[in-house]
Design a protein around this ligand. Structure first.
Ligand code: CA
Length: 229
């Protein structure tokens, strides 16, 4: 599946140039030109990486980046003309993964995007060994937790599989609906909560005292796998 790149840039020329590079590489890309629209977009759409301009109307890139880091580790590449900002950008203070200076070359942007995506997907690979805490077989639709088989409804299975595919990634209720049902069905958001409640109960039987499905207030849910090292 193609990676989804969100381009946040208010200068039309630069934004469409970036979009051309991304589309040429086979990525799915989308442009947002106002800082206020970024977080709502992320909460409702699957996104793999953000190219984030620093100076934006509505809300600046620094603020957006800090806010995103409160609920997501999604890769962020800052795009800036302000060389003096770079130390802060890549430092812990803001939490971006990399930066690109304007003016940039197409080849450089593509290389950075690919490198960051590669780094991120390696870090995020779910446990797949035979001793993994949770094992999910998408073909037989069987789930085991600590070696015990779980009996799940089809919706519970789909939700757990989605959360498990990217541990640590926060899924909003409507994103869970879209990713598990394949379409956005209004009014379904609240039933996600009851599926999650049932899933937690079933998992807790085999993992007492460990809540691996974590609610993120005002956003949604994520799966947190305990460190087994
Ligand atoms: Ca700008």
């Amino acid at each position: 599946m193609a990676s989804h790149i969100l381009i946040v840039e208010d200068e039309y020329k630069i934004a469409s140039l970036l979009k051309d590079y991304m589309d040429n590489e086979g990525f799915e890309s989308r442009i947002i030109d106002n800082g206020l629209e970024v977080i709502p977009w992320l909460q409702n759409h699957h996104t793999d990486l953000i190219l984030l301009d620093l100076m934006l109307p509505g809300k600046n890139g620094t603020e957006i980046c800090k806010e995103i880091r409160r609920f997501s580790q999604i890769p962020i590449i800052m795009v800036t003309a302000r060389v003096e900002e770079i130390d802060r950008i890549i430092g812990l203070e803001i939490g971006a993964d990399d930066y690109i200076c304007k003016p940039f070359s197409p080849r450089e942007v593509v290389a950075r995007v690919k490198a960051v995506l590669r780094r991120f997907s390696q870090a995020q690979l779910p446990q797949t060994g035979s001793d993994a805490l949770i094992q999910i077989d998408p073909e037989s639709r069987e789930v085991t937790v600590s070696g015990h088989e779980l009996k799940l409804t089809p919706s519970e299975f789909d939700i757990l599989k989605t959360l498990h595919s990217r541990p640590g990634k926060v899924y909003s209720r409507s994103l869970l609906v879209t990713e598990t049902q394949g379409y956005d069905f209004e009014g379904y958001d609240r039933t996600i909560d009851s599926h999650i409640k049932n899933l937690r109960k079933k998992i807790a039987v085999h993992l007492p005292g460990q809540d691996i499905i974590v609610s993120v207030y005002g956003v949604g849910y994520k799966l947190v796998l305990p460190d087994v090292s």
